[in-house]
Design a protein. Structure first.
Length: 399
């Protein structure tokens, strides 16, 4: 037992070091500035909306649905690796000690987000309901119990069923969690007890099946690989993750963009960079996500200064990350068989980034059309994009 706990401890420490290594690139100065402005603007608009919200607003259902959805998403963090299917097989009878540590970390790492979302909803609950502070905090305690049950139920379900039909399990737990939270917020505590008992019985039934089945190492290893890959993809938006290789998709519906590249030998690099950007998931979805975030801020935050700051920061992030990604590609390309001047690729990247920064500016500007001087947002994005490309250092290019 002690040896497996040491294994978990060592893996957990390595995992935390890996997360910290990349998170320091995520929460940089400009991202922190964006978060401060966004949180401040959203908080201000939220407080202003609470002053005029109707007493008939279904606050209990809104909070219950959001919290219940998050409760149902309780993917276990096991930190299992592919070799464990062989090396930990002789210790299978002692693995419950390892999984207890894993489930403790899963619970504490996920309960924070649920608690924050619920706490954010407390002012709304106070504005439209007659709940006392004791009832509100009792509901939070019930949510913590629900999270504990959801974490163990999802783990046991994955263990017993190898992850098959997980969506049905999550829908079931999500509905029960929503009804439990809603009952707690409407003082229907008898229903709360019934729903919690149902979840408890469901968990015990799965736990009995777990005891008579071998550990599904293959499934848990796959879950862990997918979880870490999602983190690496997120970190890759802010810094280069060496061992991450993005998938390639044709995206035939964007073939018309290639027609803007002149058919000539001098335009070969432009054509290559356009295809690289459009077909590489990491590059294309980076631009899409940052554009969507900027557009949503412009659409829902009715404060021009905040929109301008966010648009400028995300235009900077878009340009610098795509410039580095498109110029520092270490993959073999056919153009390396021919004498090509490095300036040709840089000029081609500049053309691609100019086009998509302009498209980003148009989209965000249209989202901000209800704000005063909405056109300033588009101008800021274009200026920051061009300025960022000019002043940032070029990565080394191998030919």
């Amino acid at each position: 037992m002690n040896s497996l706990q040491e294994v978990w401890s060592k893996r957990f420490n390595h995992y935390m070091l890996e997360v910290q290594k990349y998170m320091r690139f995520v929460f940089t100065g400009h991202i922190a500035l964006v978060l401060v402005f966004v949180i401040g603007a959203v908080g201000y608009q939220y407080s202003e909306w609470l002053k005029v919200v109707a007493n008939t607003f279904p606050a209990e259902w809104l909070v219950a649905i959001i919290v219940g959805f998050l409760l149902a998403l309780s993917r276990p963090v096991t930190l299992l690796r592919d070799p464990d299917q062989v090396y930990l097989l002789p210790l299978e009878s002692k693995m419950p000690a390892y999984f207890r540590s894993a489930l403790r970390w899963t619970f504490w790492s996920q309960i924070g987000l649920v608690a924050i979302i619920y706490i954010v909803g407390i002012p709304l609950l106070k504005a439209v309901t007659e709940l006392t502070p004791q009832q509100i905090w009792l509901s939070l305690a019930i949510i913590i119990i629900l999270k504990y049950l959801n974490v163990h139920i999802e783990f046991n379900y994955r263990y017993a069923n190898r992850g098959a039909s997980l969506i049905i399990d999550r829908i079931t737990r999500g509905l029960l969690s929503i009804l439990t939270v809603q009952s707690a917020l409407t003082e229907g505590y008898s229903y709360v007890v019934i729903f919690i008992i149902l979840l408890f019985v469901y968990n015990r039934t799965l736990a009995k099946r777990v005891k008579v089945q071998p550990i599904p190492y293959e499934h848990f290893v796959k879950v862990e690989q997918n979880r870490m890959m999602a983190f690496y993809r997120f970190a890759n938006y802010f810094t280069d993750v060496p061992h991450l290789h993005g998938s390639i998709r044709r995206r035939g519906w964007l073939n018309f963009i290639y027609s803007i590249v002149p058919y000539s030998q001098k335009s070969a690099q432009s054509y290559l960079v356009y295809r690289t950007f459009i077909r590489t998931d990491d590059h294309f979805y980076l631009w899409v996500r940052l554009t969507v975030i900027s557009g949503l801020i412009a659409l829902f935050v009715n404060m021009p200064v905040v929109t301008w700051v966010v648009a400028a920061a995300l235009a900077f992030a878009t340009t610098i990350q795509l410039k580095y990604a498109l110029l520092s590609s270490g993959d073999f390309r056919m153009d390396r068989l021919y004498p090509v001047e490095p300036a040709q690729r840089k000029n081609a990247v500049r053309k691609v980034l100019r086009l998509f920064v302009v498209i980003q500016a148009i989209i965000v500007m249209l989202c901000a059309i209800g704000q005063p001087m909405f056109f300033v947002t588009g101008i800021i994005i274009i200026v920051i994009g061009e300025f960022t490309f000019q002043i940032t250092k070029d990565p080394s290019i191998e030919y």
